[in-house]
Write a protein that binds this ligand. Sequence first.
Ligand SMILES: NC(=O)c1ccc[n+]([C@@H]2O[C@H](COP(=O)([O-])OP(=O)(O)OC[C@H]3O[C@@H](n4cnc5c(N)ncnc54)[C@H](OP(=O)(O)O)[C@@H]3O)[C@@H](O)[C@H]2O)c1
Length: 278
Amino acid sequence: MKANTWVSKHFQKGKQVCLVTGGSSGIGLNYARSFAAMGCDLVLVSENRTELEAVAKSIAMDYGVEVETITHDFTDPYGAPLLERRISEYRVGIFVSNAGFGMKGGFPAFSGDRYCDIISCHVSYPTLLLRRILFSQSKEDPLLIINVVTINVLAPTPFTAVYTATKAYLLSLFQSVEAEFSDRPYLWHNMLPGTTDTPFHVKQGVIPQAMVMKPEEVVRRSLDNIGKRIFIPNRMDRAIAPIFRILPSGAAMALAKFFLKRRLGVATGTHGAKEPAE
Ligand SMILES: NC(=O)c1ccc[n+]([C@@H]2O[C@H](COP(=O)([O-])OP(=O)(O)OC[C@H]3O[C@@H](n4cnc5c(N)ncnc54)[C@H](OP(=O)(O)O)[C@@H]3O)[C@@H](O)[C@H]2O)c1
């Protein structure tokens, strides 16, 4: 099923909104633009107010839809109740859980605070937002849920251990909750991008080297396959995925480490160049 078919059948334009976390950039921005092009009003959430408001203005002008913004930092450990209250003002018909950032390097290379940040952004906030949206949802209203994780979830991945672990949590969470709500008219789409050409890499100081896709193409393929519960947009990744399922865990991790180095050139032979910040 294609997303525009789902939207024209199920989305109540003018009453419901499409909520995109991390909608100011990269993959989230491309989901936001695509749903706006289908006539959906948007609520975009991200951290940088100036960037978010500029994006909202440009989408509203380009597609003639309402675009509201919520500036919120998902690393704020105390801010979740406030964000939940803001979200509950809307009737959400599409939820794109996407906000996130990368963390490549040896396990001891990052500070404890930075690990708290990524766990807050990738674990606590998506959990609480998903709960809030489902809590507020009437039993009859259809809902499309897109969970942006990563191809890394195929195996524990050394040298990006915490990032991968948080994304594996998200996949597990969304799949379990889907099973709990199997009697509801909800469509769940877990999206596993490989290396995608967005600011994500510059922000963590790496340069993608291989198997890179444009975010427009990643999102186009995802929306063309919205009926798939687990979707891998990169064809090469899709071909390799079954190998991970049959390999013993040690071999799967070695393969994951090989691909990490090939794609991002991370120095996986050391514990990272950075010193712990404490
Ligand atoms: N690019 C890849 O190769 C790749 C591969 C696999 C999975 N992914 C996943 O795809 C998702 C989107 O990443 P992207 O590649 O599109 O990167 P991106 O262009 O850097 O976009 C990330 C988005 O998340 C928001 N965000 C980051 N930290 C946040 C925070 N603390 N609080 C609130 N919002 C925050 C950013 O907002 P601000 O700019 O305001 O911070 C931005 O809107 C992420 O979850 C990432 O893990 C990316």
